[in-house]
Write a protein that binds this ligand. Sequence first.
Ligand code: ADP
Ligand code: MG
Length: 256
Amino acid sequence: MRRWMSEVKLESGSRPSPAANATSFHLQPALMLVVRQLTKSYPSGGRTLTVLRDVSFTIPDGAFVAIVGPSGSGKTTLLGLLAGLDTPTAGSVLLDGAELGALSEDARAKLRGEKVGFVFQSFQLIPTLTAAENIAVPLELRGVRNAGVRARSLLDRIGLADRADHLPAQLSGGEQQRVALARAFANAPRVLFADEPTGNLDSATGDRIIQLLEELNRESGTTIVLVTHDTALASRAKRIIRLSDGAVVDDRELAA
Ligand code: ADP
Ligand code: MG
């Protein structure tokens, strides 16, 4: 367990931690996300269904934030907007200084490839590709050399070397989720979004996933934004933003 986590750390680059930056330059860490009055509505049978309303907050570089709230409160919608996978009806998202709404779809995709990792609620592994191929294909699309070799070494580091040639259907839920995480952090993203990453996992497996996220956050300074309705999991974050009916109803730092 410790082995794959510590090696993941080395794999994730040598960017100095934001805390170190802040100390050496006497500055606050830069803001990874600036969210201003974000609203998302859908037309629904002649009416308008507003699923996010006037959501505003900032997330500093290197933060570890949990977004919580009941089912249907808008968590997945919000995460998609923060990652530039979806566009808002009103309001804006600045990701590492880039105004997502001002970018073309291609430019947003490029930015995501460079800076963003995303783990979907349903894993979204490609069912016809093996575990190794699921990790390698996005690397190949970005022009990374030896993507297959790199994918296998990542699988080795998360303890799944012997599952490299298995299809997702031949993996347990926890194994699929680890493959999805390995795919998301293969490019050492600056910010990792994870939607219910431990949903449907037993608590021991969920704990391994969370330890990996904590390690990425602590050792590589990767900003983590995690959606969960698991209160034990949320309490591992350093800050909890609570949504209810599409609005932020609470936003607090947790004591260390
Ligand atoms: P959560 O992740 O908190 O469970 P979601 O963000 O998935 O919530 O959904 C919030 C609300 O938005 C729900 O009522 C959902 O039905 C609605 N919704 C999500 N996507 C769409 C869509 N494409 N069209 C219409 N309504 C949607
Ligand atoms: Mg959801």
